[in-house]
Design a protein. Structure first.
Length: 201
């Protein structure tokens, strides 16, 4: 874990390698960000279990799990609450994703992401989308009292999906021998169609 004495003053921006971490997902099980490499990861930092705005925010993400999973994304909530509090809160709200305890040392991971409020002693309300290579592709800091919703995250995942699709086309063209490209048929052929996801509001 990085030295939190040099933690950033603002949240980490797109293009930054996401700091790795290992946190408790249950009282007896831990999860590392590096274990999820190969999939997009959505990190939802929030101030506290049991608060109304946090409960509403996490419920919105829970309802949106099927949409996130369309992109192969793994959703993780993070706050400074203990693993025991997370376990009770998760069961109470019937959440279908892990809540990680940034509990000891308190707020260490939140500080690495610039998402810790020193005065309040809790995580800020911040969202991060980490791509399959472990690089932050999008981040957003919301006011504490405002539920940021999930639309920004979905837009970021959609943008990642488009980039991967474009990269796939470019890699395919790079692998085709030049002679094959020169020997194109006289009759134009339509490009293979790709299923489009419905636009999300």
């Amino acid at each position: 874990m990085a030295d939190t004495s040099t933690a950033p003053d603002s949240i980490l921006e797109a293009g930054t390698t996401a700091p790795d971490f290992t946190l408790k997902a249950t009282p007896d099980q831990s999860l590392s960000l590096s274990e999820l490499k190969g999939n997009p990861v959505v990190l939802v930092f929030y101030p506290a279990d049991w608060s109304q705005v946090c409960g509403d925010e996490l419920a919105v993400f829970n309802q949106s799990l099927p949409l996130l999973q369309e992109y192969g994304a793994v959703l993780l909530g993070i706050s400074v609450d203990s693993a025991w509090s997370h376990q009770a809160f998760k069961e109470s709200r019937k959440l279908g994703y892990d809540l990680l305890a940034d509990y000891n040392p308190k707020g260490a991971v939140s500080k690495e992401y610039g998402a810790y409020d020193e005065q309040a002693g809790c995580s800020k309300r911040a969202l991060f989308v980490v791509d399959a290579d472990g690089v932050i592709s999008w981040s957003y800091l919301s006011p504490m009292a405002i539920n940021p919703g999930v639309n920004g995250v979905l837009d970021a995942l959609e943008a990642l999906d488009r980039e991967l699709a474009q990269l796939g086309v470019e890699l395919h063209l790079a692998a085709v021998p030049e002679a094959a490209l020169c020997a194109a048929p006289a009759e134009p052929r339509s490009a293979p169609s790709c299923p489009m996801r419905p636009r999300r509001s």
